[in-house]
Design a binder for this molecule. Structure first.
Ligand code: THU
Length: 138
């Protein structure tokens, strides 16, 4: 996996952040199962709640193009190492239990985690499947 390329794409996407309210820029880039990269930025809306994080912009772009597995995601924001919010951690979980999460300040300065470290004991699609199977067994 070319981590530096993924970080470069996240840095590039961050420049497109539409953040008239917070002024806080975030970019994300995801690597799909077949090594395609999709990137995205955060987009803020005047009525606030429709605002979407960079991670979800990138993930939804990929999923809407038919990719349902995320191998890795790189995130770059205005904070010193910008970590994904709780909602985005759950969305990453949906499309990859083993996703590598790269929190970067630059191509040289980054930290890496497994999703399990950032979202331990998570709930995911398999849990719903096992519940409906048990129901059938009764
Ligand atoms: N934001 C992201 O894009 N990703 C995160 O993981 C944290 C927060 C955005 C949402 C909002 O536009 C701005 O950062 C401030 O919260």
């Amino acid at each position: 996996m070319d981590k530096k390329e993924l970080i470069r794409r996240a840095i590039k996407a961050k420049k497109k952040a539409y953040v008239p309210y917070s002024g806080f820029h975030v970019g994300a880039a995801i690597l799909t199962e077949d090594d395609k990269i999709y990137d995205g930025c955060n987009i803020e809306i005047a009525s606030y709640s429709p605002t979407i994080c960079a991670e979800r912009t990138a993930i939804f772009k990929a999923v809407s193009e038919g990719h349902e597995k995320i191998k890795a995601i790189a995130i770059v924001g205005d904070a010193d190492h910008t970590y994904p919010c709780g909602v985005c951690r759950q969305v990453i979980r949906e499309f990859g239990k083993d996703t590598r999460i790269i929190i970067a300040n630059s191509e040289e300065d980054y930290r890496e985690y497994d999703l399990e470290e950032l979202l331990p004991h998570s709930f995911g699609p398999e849990d719903l499947q096992s519940a409906s199977k048990e129901e059938k067994d009764v």
